[in-house]
Design a protein around this ligand. Structure first.
Ligand code: HEM
Length: 443
């Protein structure tokens, strides 16, 4: 057995390094210390793991758990009753409740909505005028999730809630606001003139709108609606209790937050990469054209090359660069290293996806690798694994494919600055891109 090693840098400095450039932090330390190393990227001890075998073990072995208490950073935005902050057994039963809304017929019923929303957003791109790709993708994914979650029709209510949420999410996505997530001691609410006070005020505006929606729906129940709020309003736990307004608010906020920025970022990377690689663009548009009049959502979902392009995008730039943290229940041996009970561990999805032994020329965008080889769920792991695996995985994949198919079939786009090479950048806890990435619609 070996003792764990890792960077000797002061924990606060490691946190700062992580906040400034998480990819550099992970790459440097995995080169120096290997697949398992003791890190302090949160300012506290946390073992970072990146080999498929190690990931499988920490995410699925019974010696590791996934308590919600490890996700406290999400509390100010999502609230204490969010799925992300729950621990078992509540976590497990809440997942069982939510899962069906993201699968099967319910999922496919969102197909037409996704296509219509995409067409509407495309309609706003004026020929020859540059448009901000991430903003457009965010517009699509936020509208989709608002419709799936609340069943809101186009109109003032949807617009008001959308505007309030975008403002709130933006406040902790970049700059000083994004450091509040990781540095709780900076969170001081001294009213509207203090940065945290402004964030909390905006949060209250969002909450009022969500609570008013919940009150309205309780007052006017409609069993025919198929949105997620309807399901949650009538759901009962083992004791026959329904969810309180506070519990509903936290779960709705969780789905809105987790469900839009992630998919929007993945879509933006996909559009960027497809248009950087003319051979990929050609092959993909040929596949889409070959559909002719059979372009229904389920056929699009099954297209092999489109699937390969989406997978390769999520491999190269995994939006969730880390899994949630896990906890060792007892002393355990992990890939030959001794871990004490209560050790906190995390999976690096980014490092797992950049392994040259699994992905030759890992920094190259090569969708064909997904046609030529089947990767294990711990080699290709953009949605995590085990008890906290992303519950929106099917919706995210479905949405990515439908949006890309609609955009590429109905428009011809070009990079606004063809030579500009986009760099990945941290946005809140996600791996995103520099802002201001623009494209131009040619036809
Ligand atoms: C490309 C899009 C997306 C990516 C890359 C992504 C990635 C992830 C990852 C890496 C995790 C952590 C898994 C783990 O620790 O094992 C996660 C969890 C989660 N995701 Fe996603 N996600 C995406 C889209 C979505 C969507 C569309 C929704 C909902 C509508 C969603 C809801 C959630 C929730 C609620 C969790 C927490 C699950 C739990 O605590 O049990 N995600 N996601």
């Amino acid at each position: 057995m070996s003792a764990l090693i890792g960077p000797k840098t002061n924990p606060l400095l490691q946190l700062i390094q992580w906040l400034r450039d998480p990819l550099d932090y992970m790459e440097r330390n995995s080169q120096a210390f290997g697949d398992v190393f003791q890190s302090y990227f949160t300012g506290k001890p946390c073992v970072m793991v990146s080999s498929p075998q190690g990931l499988q073990e920490i995410l699925t072995a019974p010696t590791f758990t996934a308590p919600g208490t490890l996700n406290e950073v999400a509390r100010p935005l999502l609230g204490p009753n969010s799925l992300i902050l729950l621990s078992d057994p509540e976590h497990n039963s809440r997942r069982k409740l939510l899962m069906p809304t993201f699968h099967g017929d319910r999922l496919f019923s969102y197909g037409q909505i996704i296509q219509e929303i995409t067409e509407k957003v495309i309609g706003n791109w004026k020929l020859g005028d540059p448009f901000d790709v991430r903003e457009s993708m965010q517009e699509i994914t936020l509208r989709v999730i608002l419709k799936a979650v609340f069943g809101l029709q186009e109109g003032d209510r949807l617009e008001t809630l959308k505007t309030a949420l975008v403002k709130r999410f933006e406040m902790t996505a970049t700059g000083l606001g994004s450091t509040f997530i990781f540095l709780p001691f900076l969170r001081k609410d001294w009213g509207e003139w203090s940065p945290w006070g402004r964030i909390m005020a905006q949060q209250r505006s969002c909450d009022e709108l969500i609570y008013s929606e919940i009150r309205d729906r309780r007052a006017n129940p409609d069993p025919n609606r198929i949105d997620i709020l309807n399901l949650l309003l009538t759901a009962t736990d083992e004791a026959g209790e329904t969810l309180t307004d506070g519990e509903l608010r936290d779960e709705l906020m969780t789905l809105l937050f987790a469900g839009h920025e992630t998919t929007a970022t993945a879509l933006s990377w996909a559009l960027y990469l497809i248009h950087q690689h003319p051979n990929v663009y050609k092959k993909l548009t040929e596949e889409l054209t070959s559909l002719g009049s059979h372009s229904d959502p389920i056929t699009i979902f099954k297209l092999p090359y489109l699937t390969a392009v989406c997978n390769e995008t999520l491999r190269l730039y995994p939006v969730g660069m880390l899994t949630f943290c896990r906890l060792a229940k007892e002393p355990v041996s992990l890939l030959g290293y001794d871990l004490e009970a209560d050790s906190v561990v995390v999976g690096s999805i980014y490092l797992a996806h950049r392994r040259p032994d699994i992905y030759p020329e890992p920094e190259q965008f090569k969708p064909d690798r997904f046609l030529n080889r089947q990767f294990s769920p711990y080699e290709f792991i953009p949605f995590g694994a085990g008890s906290r695996r992303c519950i929106g995985v099917a919706l995210a994949q479905f949405e990515m494919k439908l949006v890309l198919a609609t955009v590429l079939s109905q428009t011809k786009l070009q990079h606004h600055s063809p030579t500009h090479c986009l760099k990945p950048q941290r946005r809140g806890a996600l791996l995103a891109m520099e802002s201001g990435f623009t494209m131009v619609r040619m036809t």
